[in-house]
Design a protein around this ligand. Structure first.
Ligand SMILES: *[C@@H]1O[C@H](CO)[C@@H](O)[C@H](O)[C@H]1NC(C)=O
Ligand SMILES: *[C@@H]1O[C@H](CO)[C@@H](O)[C@H](O)[C@H]1NC(C)=O
Ligand SMILES: *[C@@H]1O[C@H](CO)[C@@H](O)[C@H](O)[C@H]1NC(C)=O
Ligand SMILES: *[C@@H]1O[C@H](CO)[C@@H](O)[C@H](O)[C@H]1NC(C)=O
Ligand SMILES: *[C@@H]1O[C@H](CO)[C@@H](O)[C@H](O)[C@H]1NC(C)=O
Ligand SMILES: *[C@@H]1O[C@H](CO)[C@@H](O)[C@H](O)[C@H]1NC(C)=O
Ligand SMILES: *[C@@H]1O[C@H](CO)[C@@H](O)[C@H](O)[C@H]1NC(C)=O
Ligand SMILES: *[C@@H]1O[C@H](CO)[C@@H](O)[C@H](O)[C@H]1NC(C)=O
Ligand SMILES: *[C@@H]1O[C@H](CO)[C@@H](O)[C@H](O)[C@H]1NC(C)=O
Ligand SMILES: *[C@@H]1O[C@H](CO)[C@@H](O)[C@H](O)[C@H]1NC(C)=O
Ligand SMILES: *[C@@H]1O[C@H](CO)[C@@H](O)[C@H](O)[C@H]1NC(C)=O
Ligand SMILES: *[C@@H]1O[C@H](CO)[C@@H](O)[C@H](O)[C@H]1NC(C)=O
Length: 415
């Protein structure tokens, strides 16, 4: 804090203003600071000057094809009618003690963020090369790269996210957002390997979010490609390539004792999945509350319903589909039959490709709230280990549609 405070104090207000060039009263061009100085104050200033516009006027914030070093947190929320033209690189610095102390609250799971961003009628274009680089080294308590919060009727396209600090992007308290042609790659931090140790570098997470479309995403990250958490409704994920991560995730959810949350109307379709842990998976906390978020919890109520995973092509995945209601504090085990969070009308349709698994699905539902309407149809996958179709459908407390359960679940993927 000391160093960055000094840095902030040593930059006179005039110098901050000089790094934003106002071309007209509504177009702000952000100039990078000389000598790698903190660009955050100039970026905040640019959004203040050009990011709040009443219809029919629109403002514009332009980032040049340059590197902008970010050394402090940003809160640019409440924007209105603004276009963002990202031509360069936003590069976060690695002063971990600073970030651990100063990151901004996301409003979920005690998580925090390096940048709170949001507003109405925002259009952000990265042209396929504008990049946010978190200089990430997964470290407990590090902030999310960007939190899109309080945002409505907005589009984000052609943006690259590299080496996120933690979760890449959280979309929270937001409605009607399109995110397309997005590239996320957080794998060169440390080898992902095939133990799939979670790096906590999720591609995107939705929380308290409605009508969100993710189209043409490429994600390689060692964790959830895209995850739906509490109160995510009307979510479409389509035409995506997911590499070396855990899968499309529902949850985890049910972490807050006694709190009622839902996930409803989710479709993921035309997904290509490469060397992933699963194509898709569903995860709830147990019904027994132990510890507090982000690492503890349980006892949550609600349901996840009307979820369709269709037209997936798997390439060499280690697993195919799984459901667990066993999530608990610090990998504590047991209480798998206690969750009252209900899962119903979840469908897998038309999954093809290859996996190194003889198990199509391992669906562990809680006895306290069995799964109904779990459909699995149109599975044509090759188990490359013995050149056959995977034959196991493992179930606990499931009423199957289109398939028959072959036995109870066991410790997942015993290969
Ligand atoms: C972080 O905050 C703690 C407690 O307020 C303080 O002791 C520590 O010096 C701070 N570190 C930095 C790098 O700001
Ligand atoms: C950005 O600048 C670099 C050199 O600084 C150049 O190689 C690259 O082509 C430029 N990108 C675009 C899209 O103009
Ligand atoms: C971010 O800025 C908004 C005003 O736009 C303010 O209401 C909010 O409290 C700020 N959030 C944090 C965490 O500082
Ligand atoms: C949902 O969001 C899209 C933008 O992705 C928007 O075009 C559409 O109007 C929204 N639908 C509703 C019902 O608000
Ligand atoms: C992700 O980045 C690593 C390291 O730069 C690279 O080897 C890999 O090909 C990238 N993955 C994708 C899907 O682009
Ligand atoms: C989540 O959804 C439930 C059920 O619709 C609602 O009661 C609750 O207020 C919502 N919570 C938030 C924070 O949106
Ligand atoms: C789910 O979709 C149906 C059909 O579009 C709609 O009637 C219903 O309101 C949606 N549910 C939620 C929670 O938005
Ligand atoms: C289920 O969700 C899909 C969108 O994912 C929607 O089209 C459909 O109408 C919903 N069905 C019901 C019964 O709400
Ligand atoms: C099954 O999925 C594949 C791959 O996405 C697609 O090409 C094919 O059209 C789908 N088949 C049906 C019957 O929907
Ligand atoms: C398939 O996955 C295994 C690990 O399960 C890995 O060792 C192997 O390199 C992968 N093959 C290809 C072609 O990616
Ligand atoms: C394929 O391998 C699995 C696990 O090793 C085994 O249980 C299964 O019977 C094998 N299937 C065939 C048809 O050999
Ligand atoms: C499930 O088992 C029943 C009874 O043995 C059989 O009639 C039915 O065809 C099976 N369904 C599938 C999808 O294999």
């Amino acid at each position: 804090m000391y160093a960055s405070l000094l840095a902030a104090l040593s930059v006179p207000a005039l110098a901050i203003a000089q790094t934003v060039v106002t071309v007209t009263d509504r177009v702000c061009v952000v100039e990078p600071c000389p000598n790698g100085g903190d660009a955050a104050p100039a970026i905040i200033e640019a959004f203040e000057l050009c990011g709040h516009n009443e219809e029919p006027s629109r403002g514009k914030v332009v980032f040049l094809n340059e590197t902008y070093n970010i050394r402090s947190v940003m809160n640019t929320t409440g924007l209105k009618n603004v276009d963002i033209d990202l031509n360069g690189l936003l590069l976060w610095d690695t002063n971990i003690p600073y970030w651990l102390n100063h990151s901004l609250p996301v409003g979920y799971q005690n998580q925090s963020s390096a940048w709170l961003f949001g507003g109405d009628n925002i259009s952000w274009d990265g042209h396929g090369y504008g990049t946010l680089n978190g200089s990430g080294v997964a470290c407990p308590g590090r902030p999310h790269q960007i939190t899109i919060t309080g945002t409505k009727d907005s589009t984000f396209s052609g943006i690259r996210f590299v080496d996120s600090q933690m979760w890449t992007m959280t979309v929270i308290h937001s409605d009607s957002i399109l995110l397309e042609d997005i590239y996320v790659n957080s794998t060169n931090i440390q080898p992902v390997g095939f133990d799939f140790s979670s790096l906590n570098t999720d591609g995107a997470d939705t929380v308290y979010a409605n009508n969100i479309t993710f189209r043409r995403w490429t994600v390689s990250n060692g964790d959830d490609s895209i995850a739906m958490k509490g109160n995510s409704t009307n979510i479409l994920i389509e035409d995506c390539d997911f590499y070396e991560g855990l899968g499309v995730a529902i949850g985890s959810i049910g972490q807050y004792d006694g709190v009622f949350e839902t996930i409803e109307n989710v479709t993921a379709r035309n997904i290509r999945s490469y060397n992933m842990r699963y194509g898709a998976y569903v995860k709830t906390w147990t019904g027994v509350s132990s510890g507090y978020p982000p690492n503890g919890g349980g006892g949550g109520l609600g349901y996840a319903a009307n979820i369709t995973f269709s037209d997936f092509i798997l390439h060499n995945n280690t697993g195919i589909y799984a459901v667990t209601q066993c999530t608990s504090y610090n990998s504590a085990s047991g209480n798998c039959d206690t969750s009252k969070f209900n899962l119903h009308d979840i469908r897998l349709q038309n999954w093809t490709g290859t996996a190194v698994s003889d198990v199509v699905s391992a669906i562990q539902c809680s006895a306290a709230s069995p799964c109904t309407g779990q459909e699995i149809v149109g599975i044509d996958i090759l188990d490359t280990v013995n050149g056959t179709a995977p034959s196991q459908y493992l179930c606990d407390n499931v009423s199957p549609v289109g398939f028959n359960c072959t036995g109870p679940t066991w410790e997942e993927n015993n290969r």
